[in-house]
Design a protein around this ligand. Structure first.
Ligand code: PTJ
Length: 252
């Protein structure tokens, strides 16, 4: 029986924690996974645990980028695999995009396969990144290992909640990067072509919805991409957080 009562005010949040906890126990999530998750939870509180209106616009632009890409790849690590496996598989099918395992900690065949098997159990037909033989130039962590049929060929990579040096290395390698990172100050978010400052559990389904809506609207996609400016995106999020906290301080 679960320790989490259904009517607990934080039941959903505790359920996500449990997924991370169980993932650590099985070896699918890195030992540092709960630390990353806790940091995400803290930033999510600042957003009100809702997708900000300005971020909905960023999600639409991200969908336009994904549809315009010639070879988009979704990068999946331990945390993202346990938090949003169904919606990641569904998004990949909708775009369509490749799914590729890419982890920072303890990159073993067993861990790669665990992540791949989880995605396959949710319907993924192909998961790349197992025993990957290509390398991201000037990247020295295990994230440097990429699939020659995946990220090495990609013109756009969707990077979900991760530590900081890969996005810049991918950009320097000529790729576009969409990051999803709840920390509006993160290096990843700032270096990305576009950051989505939202929780992956909320934004991946929204991203799929936007992909479906924009599929037949080339003109709107072009306009969104033309107007894209990640500096403005990051700044709008910070302003929205400051405004929200200001209001809360007034009400306190
Ligand atoms: O599975 P591995 O080995 O690749 O390791 C994955 C982790 C996440 C442990 C590793 O990449 C890491 O240590 O990441 P960091 O440096 O803690 O960065 C994670 C970022 O994601 C932080 O800025 C968090 O605020 C953010 N974050 C955490 N949870 C979420 C999130 N962003 C969006 N949605 C979340 N649910």
């Amino acid at each position: 029986m679960s320790d989490i009562p259904e009517n607990h005010p934080r039941a959903l949040s505790l359920t996500y924690r449990k997924l991370i906890e169980d993932g650590v126990e099985s070896g699918l999530v890195a030992k540092a996974g709960p630390i990353a998750h806790g940091r995400g939870e803290a930033f999510d509180y600042l957003l009100g645990e809702e997708t900000l209106p300005c971020v909905l616009d960023d999600i639409e632009t991200a969908a336009a980028l994904l549809l315009e890409a010639e070879y988009p790849v979704i990068s999946v690590n331990g945390n993202s695999a346990v938090l949003a496996p169904e919606s990641l598989v569904s998004l990949a099918r909708a775009i369509p995009a490749k799914l590729e395992v890419n982890v920072f900690y303890g990159r073993t065949f067993d861990r790669e396969k665990m992540i791949s098997d989880l995605l396959k159990s949710k319907g993924a037909e192909e998961v790349l990144g197992i025993n990957a033989s290509a390398k991201v130039p000037n990247l020295f962590s295990a994230r440097q290992h990429v699939d020659k049929e995946g990220m090495a060929k990609a013109d756009l990579v969707l990077v979900l909640l991760e530590d900081g040096d890969r996005t810049k290395a991918l950009i320097d390698w000529g790729k576009k990067v969409i990051s999803v990172d709840l920390n509006p100050l993160s290096r990843t978010g700032k270096d990305a072509t576009l950051n989505i400052c939202d929780n992956i559990v909320r934004c991946v389904p929204l991203l799929e919805k936007a992909v479906t809506e924009l599929r037949d609207d080339k003109a709107k996609r072009s306009k969104l991409i033309q107007e894209m400016n990640n500096k403005k995106t990051c700044s709008r999020v910070l302003k929205a957080i400051v405004e929200r906290l200001g209001k809360l301080a007034e009400e306190a």
